[in-house]
Design a protein around this ligand. Structure first.
Ligand SMILES: C[S@@+](CC[C@H](N)C(=O)[O-])C[C@H]1O[C@@H](n2cnc3c(N)ncnc32)[C@H](O)[C@@H]1O
Length: 481
């Protein structure tokens, strides 16, 4: 017997191919964006892979801010990240089973399902949805802001519909769930039907950059009409009078954060929807985000990222190849940072402090100069990048010290690392230090307490940060100043 969703996916394969991308969004053409399902290319600077949000800069993303207009052609399309499955057409050649030749076999339930969906779900959706503190973070915030029977909610990046269903369970009068992947949107519809929430949650399969006020108004009105005929959905006696103005949402919720906070272009997508679709009073959940970076000593990392010699054999030519330019995700290295010894050599610096109610890409400084004091002595092997999203006292963080008990979070987001090389740390600006043919280790001295000899403060570290045009990937140069 076929399960309901098998039927749906089988029927996809008989549908005519769709257009590859919306014609009004040249900046959203897959060819111009990094497709996380595609193999990394040598020309992708700042390459990262195998994490939430590839964090690779799209080649020349459009930098203009979203126009405050409903005209789809005026929408910014500014984001650099195109989620897996968005814009893919669902021809049979994308079927997961096609990758397996005889004598290998594929279970019938996933044979004809689009590869991008199977890969996205297995790569991170399971871990993400099992990240209970993440789910609770959203549940608590939605609970705080939803007025049962009154609030209207828009979710961008609905995935399998979990957050939208939370909103409906919490009493939202209507929920519009926007999902860029057609196949994922279909999965969300199935979940919503399975939970009997289809009268209050509408899933629209489109990128948020194509979403207009009229889409929201139409979906909300349809839900409104259905709910007035359903006694169960009527507001309780004495509760606030339901809003009749459903043309714009009361609440925007999204979880489009990558291993790097902005790896899935949350700043661009939220700015775009904020300027075109939201009203000034719309609550944005979560409202705040901070991307942190801190130099760390991690000998374990050094052992998988460098080699000097073995048994008297000089291997420095290999060491010369060390990549100190890219940002790499712990998930790609294949380890959890909090399971190996590492120490932070200073307090963190915040390279992006974001209020999603206001953020514009251009407000995130592309070149930054920070100074921190070493709090411990050691070799700065790498910059560690982690982030924090917050609102109303609720915090969700990828700080490895805070994810020790959260295996799913480390497996879906983890953290990002950039190896450091003191040789090219030209933080003084005009004339970078002469580059060495070999990577040079940066040693820093922490403070000395009076009890341990002549007291002195820790080294002052100059940190130069360069961000890609889309403000997603950061590159660090650190030196003792
Ligand atoms: C990380 S998942 C989160 C899913 C769900 N909200 C949850 O929390 O369980 C993000 C989803 O958003 C979709 N997505 C990302 N950016 C989007 C955008 N700008 N418009 C529509 N969908 C988007 C992706 O296809 C993916 O399914």
């Amino acid at each position: 017997m076929m399960l309901p969703f098998q039927t749906a996916f089988y029927s996809f394969t008989q549908m005519p191919p769709r257009k590859l991308a919306p014609k009004t969004k040249p900046a959203q053409q897959p060819a111009a964006h990094v497709d996380p399902t595609a193999p990394a290319t040598a020309s992708a600077p700042g390459l990262t892979s195998a994490g939430r949000g590839e964090g690779r800069p799209a080649p020349k993303p459009k930098q203009s801010a979203a126009a405050p207009s409903e005209d789809p052609s005026a929408s910014s399309g500014a984001a650099g990240f195109l989620p897996p499955g968005a814009g893919h057409f669902r021809a049979k050649k994308n079927a997961f089973g096609r990758q397996f030749g005889a004598p290998l076999t594929v279970p019938r339930r996933i044979r004809d399902v689009p590869t991008s969906l199977i890969e996205a779900v297995n790569d991170f959706h399971y871990a993400m949805m099992n990240d209970t503190p993440r789910n609770e973070f959203y549940w608590n915030l939605l609970k705080r802001h939803i007025v049962p029977g009154v609030s209207s909610v828009l979710e961008i990046g609905a995935g399998s519909g979990l957050l939208s269903m939370m909103a409906a369970r919490l009493g939202a009068k209507c929920v519009v769930a926007v999902e860029g992947s057609h196949d994922m949107a279909e999965l969300a519809r199935m979940n919503i039907r399975a939970n009997g929430l289809q009268d209050r949650v509408t899933v629209l399969s489109m990128m948020s950059t194509d979403f207009l006020v009229k889409h929201f108004a139409a979906a909300a009105q349809a839900i409104d009409r259905a709910s007035t005929t359903t006694a169960a959905a009527a507001p309780a006696e004495g509760s606030a009078k339901p809003s009749t103005d459903h043309s714009r949402p009361d609440i925007l919720v999204s979880e489009i954060f990558g291993t790097l906070l902005l790896g899935e272009s949350a700043h661009d997508y939220i700015q775009d929807i904020r300027e075109r679709v939201l009203k000034p009073s719309t609550v944005i959940i979560p409202q705040f985000g901070k991307q942190y970076a801190v130099p760390i000593e991690c000998p374990t990392l050094d052992r998988i990222c460098s080699i000097d010699s073995w048994n008297g054999l000089d291997l420095r030519h290999v060491n010369a190849m060390q990549d100190t330019a890219s940002v790499v995700f712990t998930k790609k290295y294949g380890f959890r940072l909090n399971t190996v010894p590492f120490k932070r050599l200073s307090d963190p610096i915040c390279i992006a402090n974001i209020d999603f109610k206001r953020v514009r890409r251009a407000d995130i400084l592309q070149e930054q100069r920070h100074e921190v004091v070493a709090t411990q002595s050691g070799t700065a092997n790498a910059m560690l990048l982690y982030w924090e999203a917050s609102m109303d006292g609720e915090v969700m963080s990828t700080d490895p010290d805070l994810t020790r008990d959260n295996f799913p979070r480390d497996m879906q987001w983890g953290q990002a690392l950039q190896l450091l090389d003191a040789a090219d740390a030209g933080v003084s600006g005009a004339s970078p230090a002469a580059e060495s043919p070999l990577p040079v280790k940066l040693t820093v001295k922490g403070p000395v307490a009076p009890a341990d000899g002549e007291s002195r403060p820790g080294d002052r570290l100059g940190v130069l940060v360069a961000l890609t045009d889309d403000r997603v990937v950061a590159q660090f140069k650190v030196r003792v100043v």
